[in-house]
Design a protein around this ligand. Structure first.
Ligand SMILES: Cc1cc2nc3c(=O)[nH]c(=O)nc-3n(C[C@H](O)[C@H](O)[C@H](O)COP(=O)(O)O)c2cc1C
Length: 184
């Protein structure tokens, strides 16, 4: 796929299925992260690769966090949390990993990590894979952060779900581009 087509046509795919993308596809996705704009080349990111049975472990962690936050959650709600990571064969936990630097404030590092994450979405799409970026309260939950081994300086900026497109992709509507760009 041409770069401009990927940039103009990517959309989220909420319904994903197996198999796990090939090793080559995964390498293409991971490599794309490293072309994010990155002040001082700090690489202020890291990604946890969650596949196979590890997805169940992640689901348990989500359920543990859910139960700790709301003791009234019923079995159905807990099961929903448990099954979240099973929505795709691959979940990348995307982490902004702040590295103190005299010229690069935290916001710039978060933006770089976000750009790296977006690059991976695009690389997945460019290879015909489906992907979606999700957060929700679990991304900011201290139990989830602790269970995944994040340090105090780190943030979960997204869960990227990646797999085979299962079902259709949505119709894109033409954005009113001009109203977002003003001559100055
Ligand atoms: C940081 C971040 C977190 C997001 N979290 C969620 C989420 O938890 N749930 C959700 O439905 N969409 C979430 N989105 C939005 C979707 O990933 C998606 O971009 C949006 O639904 C628009 O669809 P599109 O990507 O096909 O244009 C998030 C996007 C970003 C950048």
């Amino acid at each position: 796929m041409k770069a401009l087509d990927a940039l103009h046509l990517r959309s989220s795919v909420p319904k994903l299925s197996g198999p796990l993308p090939s090793q080559k596809m995964l390498e293409n996705i991971y490599k794309a992260a490293f072309r994010a704009a990155d002040h001082a080349v700090l690489r202020p990111w890291r990604f946890l690769v969650v596949t196979a049975d590890s997805r169940e472990k992640l689901g348990e962690l989500f359920a543990k966090a859910g139960a700790a936050n709301d003791a009234a959650l019923d079995q159905g709600a807990l099961e929903k949390l448990r099954s979240k990571p099973l929505r795709a064969p691959l979940v990348l936990v995307c982490i902004s990993s702040f590295k103190p630097h005299p010229k690069v404030p935290e916001i710039e590092q978060d933006l770089s990590a976000g750009a790296a994450t977006q690059n991976m979405l695009l690389a997945a799409f460019a290879q015909g894979l489906g992907a979606m970026w999700r957060t929700g309260s679990l991304a900011y939950d201290p139990i989830v952060k602790d269970g995944l081994g994040l340090s105090a300086e780190e943030k979960i900026i997204g869960f990227l779900y990646i797999g085979t497109v299962d079902g259709g992709t949505k119709q894109l509507c033409e954005p009113d581009i001009q109203s977002y760009f003003q001559e100055w």
